[in-house]
Write a protein that binds this ligand. Structure first.
Ligand code: XUL
Length: 517
């Protein structure tokens, strides 16, 4: 059996899979807000940070780890786990002094991880991916490294506020003495992997590429970027590794306390998005994942490292080899909810029966689907720009607005993913709104690709468990065929008659965008 962990913003989850039977044996989750209220982080981070700061306590993650294994071991015999892998929310960083390696090498099972490890922290809290406090540092790194085109060419992304390099720079400026006693900087993923293995883990190519520090071509730290970021940074970073590489056996702490076998091994951990690519069965080019959440994200495997010339998209390592893109769209459910409320509608207006009533108007009316600042493309549009016929512009037929919003969201994704140069043979939808057949049909029609929804919702933990099985010699293809199955009746085919309509709409959308921005 194989164990996958996922340390996300709000929870730490575990999934145990058994490839021989094709079964998911257990799933357990610790919710930081509900299970560990003493950290004052109801949604997994400390609320009301100043100047765009969003931090979380690494102590909370350590305590969650003990709690998770307590619950997991009461449900499952952990001695049968052969290998553990994991994933973490991307970009978040943990700062440690020179005692960290000794501490994790000698974890005494009569104490807690929090007591044993947290004295090594040189920074009490960790900036996470929601942090937007580093605009100045992004500009400084960009200037020092030769411009944003250069930062993007080297690292796969222009300098971005939430990425780890700019966060490290801000810390080095704000608290130089704490920075100077920091001997090691880990990501959430590599920090937890280190604790689990009782030995310092390296940073994998999937999560490492979310730092503005990893050179995409060499998959090693980029000296120019490291120098542009902070003094002596290269000495403070662990090495880099593919996610499927083994770190070693699990620390005796977990053997004694939770009943793991001393032979159980740990693989390197990766980021939650790269792990989801594995858990969605989308690690080969042609598969595109769209996650419909508060923000929408689009990710897809890429055979080679290509970067977004406009600098909106990111490129990470694909845990099973090659690369992946990740593009975030801030106006996801945010915009769907804003339109619903503005028109006084309910979600039935976004369902298939309602949307079919406006099918004859497909692609005819255009809406830039932004109700607030957007990051792809970057712009501060507070109300959607519209172009179309009188019924649409006047708002007389609310259904036309709903259709145009959804079409606009998928046209925007299609437009801003063209740089990947990969075909869309299959669209995998996930996230809250993905179960809605009306929305899914519009995605199929705009992209002209079949849409599928998978059975499993926790794709990052599943991806981690699959990585564990692959690190033990399992076949990626067989594992993904077994565990990443579409749920029955979830497949929708595109309406091929709309192919030309949406190609034309894409050009119209692009020109409306050029006018508005
Ligand atoms: C990706 C990103 C988020 C986090 C969420 O760039 O910031 O998706 O990984 O956990």
């Amino acid at each position: 059996m194989y164990l996958g962990l996922d340390s996300s913003t709000q929870s730490l989850s575990a999934m145990v899979i058994q490839p021989e039977s094709g079964r998911i044996i257990t799933q357990v989750s610790i919710n930081f807000g509900n299970d560990l209220p003493q950290y004052g982080s109801p949604s997994g981070f400390i609320p009301e940070g100043e100047n765009g700061e969003v931090h979380a306590a690494p102590r909370m993650w350590l305590e969650a780890m003990d709690l998770l294994f307590q619950r997991l071991s009461s449900e499952t015999d952990l001695s049968t786990i052969r290998l553990v892998a994991g994933s973490g929310q991307q970009h978040g960083s943990v700062y440690l002094d020179a005692t960290f390696p000794e501490r994790i090498a000698a974890l005494d099972a009569s104490f807690s991880l929090n007591d044993l490890v947290s004295p090594a922290l040189t920074r009490r809290t960790s900036p996470i991916w929601m942090d937007t406090s580093t605009s100045t540092e992004c500009a400084e790194i960009t200037n020092a490294a030769g411009g944003s085109g250069e930062v993007c060419r080297r690292s796969g992304s222009v300098a971005i506020e939430r990425f780890t390099g700019p966060q490290i720079r801000r810390f080095s400026k704000k608290d130089p003495s704490a920075y100077s006693v920091t001997a090691r900087i880990h990501l959430v993923s590599s920090f937890l992997a280190s604790v689990l293995a009782g030995k310092e883990a390296e940073i994998d190519h999937g999560d490492g590429a979310g730092m503005n520090l990893l050179n995409l071509a060499t998959l090693q730290w980029d000296e120019t970027l490291a120098d542009a970021t902070a003094a002596d940074l290269l000495k403070k970073l662990p090495g880099t590794a593919p996610a499927t590489r083994i770190i070693g056996t699990i620390s005796p702490y977990f053997v004694q306390k939770y009943g793991f076998s001393p032979q159980c091994r740990c693989a390197h951990f990766t980021g939650d998005n790269p792990a989801s690519l594995v858990g969605m069965g989308a690690t080969t080019p042609g598969n595109v994942v769209i996650s419909l959440g508060t923000s929408d994200t689009y990710f897809a495997a890429m055979p080679e490292a290509r970067t977004d010339p406009q600098g909106f998209g990111h490129v990470f390592g694909n845990p099973l080899g090659g690369y992946m893109s990740l593009i975030c769209f801030r106006n996801g459910s945010l915009a769907r909810e804003a339109l619903r409320d503005q028109l006084g509608l309910d979600w039935s207006a976004f369902d298939q029966p309602a949307l079919e009533k406006t099918l004859d108007q497909a692609g005819k009316n255009l809406m830039l689907p932004f109700f607030g600042p957007e990051i792809t493309p970057r712009g501060d549009i507070q109300q959607p720009a519209l172009r179309g016929n009188e019924d649409f512009l006047s708002g007389q037929v609310p259904g036309l607005r709903v259709r145009a919003l959804l079409e606009g969201q998928f046209l925007n994704m299609r437009l801003h993913s063209r740089w990947l140069n990969v075909s869309t043979d299959r669209l995998l939808l996930t996230g809250g709104a993905s179960r809605n057949n009306g929305i899914a049909q519009i995605a199929a029609d705009v992209f002209q690709a079949p849409v599928e929804r998978l059975e499993i919702s926790n794709s990052a933990a599943l991806g981690a468990a699959i990585i564990a099985a692959i690190a033990d010699g399992g076949s990626a293809i067989e594992l993904q065929e077994t565990f990443c199955r579409p749920s029955a009746g979830s497949k929708l085919m595109p309406n091929r008659d709309l192919a030309a309509t949406y190609s034309e709409a894409l050009e119209g959308f692009s020109s409306l965008l050029a006018e508005a921005l």
